[in-house]
Design a protein around this ligand. Structure first.
Ligand SMILES: Nc1ncnc2c1ncn2[C@@H]1O[C@H](COP(=O)(O)OP(=O)(O)OP(=O)(O)O)[C@@H](O)[C@H]1O
Length: 757
């Protein structure tokens, strides 16, 4: 593989194929005529012998074609097409979306790669499809099937690709390209350029990608601003997940920085491309851990041309205006409320709304006759419906018809010949309605849960055989609220209400749901998400080692079971794109204690990263102030470098650190706020660090991060999350002793840099 950074005009790189030297066809196809971007290239001598110049010309031509496509869309006149104003509005909105999607973003490359196939077809691969005036493709959407080999082909499995070219950009300017030959030309007599050189890694071996300088540069690029897309550099194992079929649920276990979030977002974009109509009807949803995280990822999908994907948290997903969340549960209450057994309790409680035996028989008057259904018969009908396990609402709809049918049978026995209309009329009669209101009254899901949590006797009845007496005590409110709106609902309570609501009426299902940081969900939350994709599929992303809730899942099998997708494939990603080697090795020392059996991530980053552990004297007010200044100094050092800086600290340390930053004249942002060249320091409470990343991380007082959690294992997991946010460097500052696993001497293979206390 060779990197060509702005070669001099006329300079023909030595590993460029015969065709590109101008003696054969013109795969770059910058000139006019058929074959640009796809299809066989025309013969003849190309306009320029400089491949980079030709690629730039193709870029310019593609941009012009995109402008023309946009102009066409803008010029569309729908007045003749539709007379109906509703249709016209819908059409106009569709056209507006299309015009927006056709914007040429000056700072993002229109194409980032090229495939020269063995059948002489050439395709430029980019974020979106661009065609010329004749409809011939100039740039192929990265999601199209023909683009797949760009991500997956290798010398051992070339997939019909002769040459893969990657492009380097500075701003919107094409500045470099790099070729990788996957299939030797048929007349190869001498080793071909791009074929493995002696001593080079085996093409498919781990680490082979590091021979791509452009890829490496992209991975190592400093991070400023929100999360970016990785469309130009998706790796084969990631691509397999991105392009997995829409029908199957995929679960991805991956160490920090292995690209789970990136893969999930690109998967949505892919599915929307491949199944646009189906998913436009059914909808897609991305679920993340908190609002800061959502703000951090919110620009990835729009950059990929997808603007209609809802992104939310589980809390927002189950939120209801009548259940405002105002309280926080204790760990035990939250654990029990999140347990799958609660689903049984809640569903029983909803069904308890049915009181099969009415006080009186049902008497229906038709003309001069009265028809009487005894109370015990109505009870039988209701019991039968209960046994069928229908949802409460469905049962409530079915009961009047059942009673009406019983009336009809009696009419027939009396020699009448009633038809369906009579049955409907009887079902809608006041007498039947009254008895149904009594036997199967409407239920309010929030009221049912309120009663469960405040009425010990009712709870005991519904929880019998499901929860122990102690567990029942744990979930009961100390003081019964006056009503639904004044109750101090917790986040876990809202999930119970959601379960109750589903027991009444089926929750509509979406086509596809991406669930990120899934390890933190309770069984009841999985059920809530599962309801939203019961007839669709899901992509479940997470890392068991980063589970920081008392109810965090211990196994993906169990999680998938609760989600309603048992048996879904579990894939593992272990190649880390974020955390430098030294840092991931240090953090991974916590793994045996927090998630035995999980493999540590590797790091594909070439730069080993800066890493230091600094001990400050503590104990007195003066020395604590000195330690705070040490933290500020570490932030300053980081700010002297390029990229974003995150100061991660336990909640209890935030006031002191804010004061120290203020005293030093350093401003800071909140997590999720967009960093810019002018504002690069973010003060991150450890509980909000999940999913985020910063070029340089200063981690304050690990012992406080651990102590901020209800138990040690959760504390160490929180610390693991905090330690794995750094892209280029990490400085740990502490006065208190480090947790045991980190305090141990650094094994020699991690190098002497690891402990400078
Ligand atoms: N193929 C890739 N090419 C370039 N960058 C990548 C690639 N895959 C992932 N990255 C980058 O690595 C970083 C980590 O990715 P991401 O946040 O998706 O990881 P994660 O597995 O979700 O991490 P965590 O478990 O910490 O939430 C991001 O900056 C992402 O853009």
């Amino acid at each position: 593989m060779t990197d060509h950074s702005t070669p001099a005009p006329g300079d023909v790189p030595d590993d460029v194929s015969e065709a590109e030297t101008g003696t054969g066809t013109d795969p770059g196809g910058a000139g006019p005529g058929p074959g640009r971007g796809g299809g066989p290239a025309p013969g003849g001598v190309p306009a320029s012998r400089d491949p980079l110049a030709r690629e730039r010309a193709h870029l310019a031509a593609s941009r012009a074609a995109l402008r023309a496509m946009r102009a066409d869309a803008e010029a569309l006149d729908i007045r003749d097409v539709t007379a109906n104003w509703v249709n016209a509005e819908a059409l106009a909105a569709g056209i507006e979306d299309r015009i927006a999607a056709l914007a040429d973003l000056a700072h993002t490359p229109l194409f980032f790669g090229r495939l020269d196939r063995t059948d002489a077809q050439v395709f430029h691969i980019g974020r979106r499809h661009v065609h010329d005036a004749d409809g011939d493709p100039m740039v192929i959407d990265w999601r199209a099937p023909v683009s797949q080999p760009f991500y997956r082909a290798s010398p051992t499995d070339p997939q019909g690709v002769a040459l893969r070219r990657r492009f380097g950009y500075t701003g919107g300017e094409l500045t470099a390209y790099e070729d990788e030959r996957l299939t030797p030309p048929p007349d190869a007599r001498v080793p071909q350029p791009g074929s493995p050189r002696p001593g080079a890694p085996e093409p498919d071996a781990p680490g082979a990608r590091r021979t791509s300088a452009l890829l490496q540069a992209e991975i190592e690029r400093p991070r400023v601003g929100p999360m970016r897309d990785i469309v130009a550099t998706i790796q084969p194992e990631q691509d397999e997940i991105v392009r997995a079929g829409v029908d199957g649920t995929v679960c991805v276990q991956g160490a920090p920085g292995t690209g789970k979030t990136a893969v999930g977002l690109h998967r949505v974009a892919y599915l929307l491309y491949a199944h646009r109509e189906q998913l436009a009807r059914t909808g897609t949803l991305v679920i993340g851990p908190n609002d800061s995280f959502l703000r951090y990822i919110e620009q990835v999908l729009p950059a990929l041309g997808e603007v209609a994907v809802r992104q939310t948290t589980v809390e927002a997903l189950v939120a209801r205006p009548d259940v405002p969340v105002r309280a926080v549960d204790g760990a035990e209450a939250a654990r029990v409320k999140g347990d799958a057994r609660m689903a049984g309790v809640v569903r029983r409680a909803v069904r308890a709304g049915v009181r099969p035996l009415p006080a009186e028989p049902c008497v229906v008057v038709r003309g001069s006759r009265r028809w009487r259904i005894p109370a015990h018969e109505i009870a039988e009908l209701a019991e039968e419906l209960l046994e069928r396990g229908l949802r409460y609402g469905a049962g409530r709809e079915a009961l009047p018809q059942r009673i009406a049918h019983a009336v009809l049978v009696r009419m027939e026995q009396a020699g009448e010949a009633p038809d369906d209309r009579v049955q409907d009329a009887v079902a809608r009669s006041a007498a039947v309605k009254a008895v149904v209101r009594q036997v199967w009254p409407p239920v309010d899901p929030a009221k049912v849960v309120l009663r469960l949590l405040s009425d010990a006797e009712f709870l005991a009845e519904q929880a019998e055989g499901l929860l122990t007496a102690e567990e029942q005590r744990a979930v009961l409110w100390e003081k019964a609220p006056r009503g639904v709106r004044s109750a101090r609902w917790s986040a876990a309570d809202a999930v119970l209400v959601d379960e109750a609501a589903d027991a009444v009426q089926r929750t509509p299902s979406l086509g596809h749901v991406v669930l990120d940081e899934a390890q933190d969900l309770s069984a009841m939350q999985y059920r809530a998400v599962g309801r939203r994709c019961s007839t669709g599929s899901a992509t479940v992303l997470g890392d068991l080692a980063q589970g920081t809730t008392p109810w965090a899942t211990e196994s993906w099998e169990a999680a998938l079971e609760h989600l309603g997708k048992p048996g879904a494939a579990v894939e593992e990603l272990t190649e880390g794109f974020r955390v430098p080697r030294e840092v991931i090795a240090y953090a991974s020392r916590l793994l045996p204690g927090i998630a035995p059996g999980l493999r540590p991530a590797t790091s594909v980053r070439e730069s080993p990263g800066d890493f230091a552990v600094r001990r400050a004297p503590g104990g007195t007010d003066e020395s604590t102030a000195a330690a705070d200044r040490m933290v500020v100094d570490a932030c300053r050092e980081a700010l002297d470098r390029e990229g974003s800086v995150g100061l991660i600290a336990a909640e209890e340390r935030l006031p002191a650190l804010r004061a120290a930053l203020r005293a030093a004249g350093l401003g800071w942002l909140s997590p999720g706020a967009e960093t810019s060249a002018a504002a690069r320091l973010t003060l991150v409470p450890a509980v909000l660090a999940k999913g985020l990343e910063y070029d340089y991380v200063v981690l304050d007082e690990p012992a406080a991060v651990v102590a901020g959690e209800p138990d040690e294992r959760t504390g160490l997991r929180r610390l693991y999350v905090a330690l794995t946010r750094a892209v280029s460097g990490l400085v740990v500052v502490h006065t208190r002793p480090l947790p045991e696993a980190l305090a141990a001497q650094v094994p020699t293979e991690y190098g002497a840099v690891a402990r400078r206390s």
